[in-house]
Design a binder for this molecule. Structure first.
Ligand SMILES: C[S@@+](CC[C@H](N)C(=O)[O-])C[C@H]1O[C@@H](n2cnc3c(N)ncnc32)[C@H](O)[C@@H]1O
Length: 337
């Protein structure tokens, strides 16, 4: 991406570049050229796709994970994420790394940056510094850095009464359907019977509800859980552990990051990204599933009934059957020819 193709939030930061010329931590930064403009800045990403783009372009300058990189900084900037609970955790994590420094917030107005600035006020006196390109930049001086927050203490834990016994679910802030079961996932949980045996994949695993349930039903099958989000990956590990289950959990962007020779791909696939609706990862899944499945391997997914997935599935995989329909969701199944 050239400087001209900068994310609008990055552009707003660069209008005051002198504020960000020291050791600054950019949390949730977009995969654009911002690090190239701020030579002493370091990134922190929890999105595997953005991390890999940043890593290619600025090797060694972005840390990936659910906790900030070690050390302290002169300033930290939070690029507003979608979830309110995640915003609270990230502000606390960043504040703990900027003793006597500045904590900044940047985000789009329509994504709720004004509302998030009220969350920032928990750390000191806030002020709006700029408003441009449909974005706002806020700041808050940190006098005394708080202790590093305990992410595990912020996890939501609940028990699902499934037909084969209760399943413990642990979800971290920012993870899909945080602390509750999504209706689409609930429907898919009722239709996990009869999958081919072999290597199974839970694509877009979130808190790992589907994956953990799969491992319990198919204990002899190898299982991989994949998600683009580090908080989802960490949640899935916690959910598996809470149920005494073992599986491979990996961070990766899209079906390309998945293993091949799979017996089945099971998914409640993503349908929103930030404030922009995006079906890109799901369309890619439907187009590429065949390359990751063994002959006779099955793609089984839940989707909103209004989403026109069957033609794409039939074009790229094989005949698409509707196994169930309820509450505006459908369960689709297709086998590789
Ligand atoms: C609808 S949620 C389902 C979560 C979980 N399986 C459940 O049933 O609760 C979709 C998940 O896909 C993940 N996701 C979004 N884009 C992705 C991508 N490009 N590659 C892998 N996972 C992705 C999201 O982080 C989210 O956890």
């Amino acid at each position: 991406m050239s400087r001209g193709a900068m994310d609008p939030c990055s552009e707003v930061l660069l209008r005051q570049a002198e504020r960000f010329s020291g050791r600054v931590l950019l949390a949730g930064l977009p995969a654009d050229g911002l690090l190239g403009e701020l030579p002493h800045a370091q990134g922190w990403s929890w999105h595997a796709g953005e991390q890999s783009q940043l890593q290619t372009r600025f090797p060694g300058r972005t840390h990936f994970g659910v906790e900030p990189p070690a050390g302290t900084f002169d300033a930290a900037v939070l690029f507003l994420p979608k979830s309110r609970e995640l915003t609270d955790y990230l502000f606390a994590a960043l504040a703990s790394r900027v003793p006597h420094g500045q904590l900044y917030l940047v985000g789009e107005k329509r994504a709720g940056v004004e509302r998030a600035s009220k969350q920032l006020a928990a750390f000191g006196k806030t002020g709006k510094l700029d408003s441009a390109r449909h974005c706002q930049l806020w700041h808050c001086p940190i006098d005394v850095a708080p202790a590093t927050p305990d992410l595990l203490a912020l996890a939501q834990r609940y028990e699902l009464p499934l037909s084969d016994g209760p399943l413990q679910v642990v979800s971290l802030p920012g993870v899909f359907a945080h602390g509750r079961l999504d209706r689409g996932s609930a429907l898919l949980l009722e239709h996990l019977d009869g999958l081919p045996s072999g290597h199974l994949l839970d694509f877009g695993c979130g808190a790992g509800v589907l994956g953990a349930s799969l491992k319990r039903r198919y204990p002899d099958s190898r299982l991989t859980l994949l998600d683009v989000d580090a908080f989802a990956v960490a949640s899935s590990r916690l959910t598996l552990a809470a149920n005494g289950l073992e599986a491979e959990v990996c961070a990766g962007d899209g079906i390309d990051a998945a293993p091949s020779a799979l017996a089945a791909i099971v998914s409640n696939p993503p349908f929103h990204q930030g404030v922009h609706t995006s079906y890109q990862a799901t369309e890619q899944l439907l187009r590429e599933a065949a390359r990751h499945l063994d002959g006779g391997g099955e793609l089984r997914l839940v989707a909103n009934s209004f989403l026109k997935y069957p033609p794409l599935i039939e074009e790229h995989l094989g005949a698409c059957r509707t196994l169930a329909e309820a509450d505006g969701f459908r369960i689709y199944s297709a086998k590789r020819r």
